[in-house]
Each structure stands twice: as C-alpha cells, then as structure tokens.
Design a protein around this ligand. Structure first.
Ligand SMILES: Cc1cc2nc3c(=O)[nH]c(=O)nc-3n(C[C@H](O)[C@H](O)[C@H](O)COP(=O)(O)OP(=O)(O)OC[C@H]3O[C@@H](n4cnc5c(N)ncnc54)[C@H](O)[C@@H]3O)c2cc1C
Length: 265
C-alpha cells in the first residue's frame, strides 16, 4: 500500500468540501471495496475522507410509509434492526446475506450503492422497492441511479447521505451466491405494493435490471408457480468464469419463485 492522507469528517458538508479541495481524494466508508482496489493499485487516491463518523448518516428511521437508512449504516445493523425486518423483511434478509461477518460489520449501504458492483445485493432492493438515493444535494430515483457496471448517476464529489424505501406489502430476496465471496451469481428481489409487483435482478448482467416478464406474470398471479412459468432470455446476460448466460437465465425464475414463496409465507 502506498501513502495517502486520511481525514475524518463529522458533517456531510465537510466531507464534500474536503473532496472538492482535492480532485484525487475519495470518500471512505467501510473500505470493503475501496481498500482491496487500492491494494491492487487500481486506485491511488491522494486522500481518504472517512464518512463513517457522520452521525446524520448513521440513523435508521422506520415509520408507516418509509424506511430511511443512513448511508454509513453497516450491513449488520440493517440485518439486526427489528423495525426494518418488520417493514421490509426482504431488505433485512438481504443485508444478513452479504459477504461474511467482517464485511457486514464494516461495509455500508452507501458504499455498496456508490460502488454499484454488478454482483452486489443492495442495488436489487433499491430498484425493486422503488427506492430513492438521497445525496448532499438532491434525491435520485432508483430508475435513474444505476447507470452501468460500477457506474451511477453520482457526480464525482457527490455524497450519498441516506436511502429511502417506500413501505411494501411483501418483499423477499433470494440469491444463488458465489461460494467464495458470497456475491450474487444471480440475486432476485421481489416487491409487492399497492402499485403492483416489481422484480429486480442483480449478478446476471452488467448492472441491476428489472424483469418485465416476471413483473407481468406476478402482477397477475403472485405465486411461485407463476414465476416458474416465465422463460428469461439469456441474450443480454453475462457469461464469465462462474456461470454461463444460459445458466443465469435458468436461475432467475427459480430464485424468483423461491422469493415469492418466502414473501407469501
Ligand atoms: C469478501 C467480500 C465479500 C463481499 N460479499 C458481498 C455480497 O455478498 N454482496 C454484496 O452486495 N456485497 C458484497 N461485498 C461488498 C461489500 O458489501 C461492501 O461493503 C461494499 O461493496 C462497499 O461498501 P463500503 O462501505 O465498504 O464502501 P467503500 O469500500 O469504503 O467505498 C466504495 C466506493 O464507494 C464510495 N463511497 C463510499 N461511501 C460513499 C457515500 N456515502 N457517498 C458516495 N460515495 C461513497 C467510495 O469512495 C468508493 O469509491 C463483499 C466484499 C468483500 C470484501
């Protein structure tokens, strides 16, 4: 590891102005994606601005309508929060399945979304639940946030401060995990609300996406059988050393059916 400066921010505006003062600086959250990248010399920031001590970014608030999670909340705290588990069981379960104990103790929801790894779990929840990414300067709808592989709508100096999820009648997440990393080979998040059913898939393509076929089938009939009856094309899916596009296409309805069974239980 080469040398770099470290600064601990206590307010969002201080973190943003520190970043604006140094174009080679980066925000540091749990470091679970950034530090390995630095060790591999794929990133060489001159300064890391730690955002995990910003009190306003560490709160979880749940009311009848909305679940709001501070960007610096770690995965373990989302998984363990009883109010989140009651309001959005799929979200709490998703957080409990990320990586291992150490990754969950350090990694944050804001860091995960900013990184937008194509196999990350949280993007599926944000897209399926029609969430909103709140930053130091604006609110970004899930549909507009995920732009492509490791790419988001965030400006280079923009700080995610929280993520808001509207309440859902039912929600569930199922993933077929990579046995080594626990990242999603394929992950499917299913959400049923008064507005209909939304299904988001992660791990299968260059970025998270919704499945219109599954949404249509499940809006008509919210059962595992309806999900299993859907055929997903492998055309836009990814082949890599872990799985072929065809295998991923096969997994999507299988996992969607399991998620629906769980949501209905
Ligand atoms: C062994 C291992 C297994 C893993 N398994 C899984 C898994 O199963 N599922 C899964 O989803 N993820 C998995 N991860 C990734 C993990 O969830 C990380 O926590 C996440 O990718 C990054 O979060 P972080 O808080 O560590 O961010 P960091 O690594 O600190 O930062 C990541 C990027 O986001 C930027 N950033 C951080 N916070 C903010 C913010 N508030 N606003 C704007 N930009 C910000 C940073 O500048 C950096 O570019 C795994 C990681 C490891 C090491």
């Amino acid at each position: 590891m080469y040398s770099f400066d470290y600064q601990r921010a206590t307010e969002p505006k201080d973190a943003v102005s520190a970043l604006q003062a140094d174009s080679d600086a980066k925000f540091l959250a749990g470091g679970q994606s950034l530090l390995p990248t630095m060790r591999l010399r794929l990133a060489q920031p001159s300064k890391l601005i730690d955002v995990t001590r910003i009190a306003a970014m560490k709160a979880i608030r749940v009311d009848g309508q909305t679940v709001s999670i501070g960007a610096a909340v770690c995965h373990a705290d989302v998984a363990a929060n009883a109010d989140v588990a009651r309001a959005l069981p799929g979200l709490a379960f998703l957080a409990s399945q990320i990586g291992d104990r150490q990754v969950r103790a350090l990694g944050t929801i804001g860091g995960s979304l900013a990184n937008n790894d194509p196999a990350a779990c949280y993007p599926a929840a944000v897209l399926a639940l029609n969430g909103t990414v709140v930053t130091d300067r604006r609110r970004i709808a899930a549909e507009d946030f995920f732009v492509g592989m490791y790419e988001t709508a965030l400006a280079a100096d923009e700080l995610i401060t929280s993520v808001e999820f509207p309440a859902a009648e039912k929600s569930a997440y199922e993933k077929f995990r990579n046995p080594a990393s626990h990242f999603a080979l394929v992950g499917v998040f299913v959400a049923k609300t008064g507005q209909g059913v939304r299904v988001a898939i992660t791990g299968a393509a260059s970025s998270v996406f919704r499945s219109p076929e599954l949404e249509q089938a499940l809006s008509a009939n919210f059962t595992p059988e309806a999900a299993r009856g859907v055929t997903v094309s492998s055309g836009d899916l990814q082949t890599d050393l872990h799985a072929s596009a065809e295998y991923r296409a096969h997994l999507i309805p299988v996992l969607a059916a399991r998620a629906v069974a769980k949501a209905n239980s």
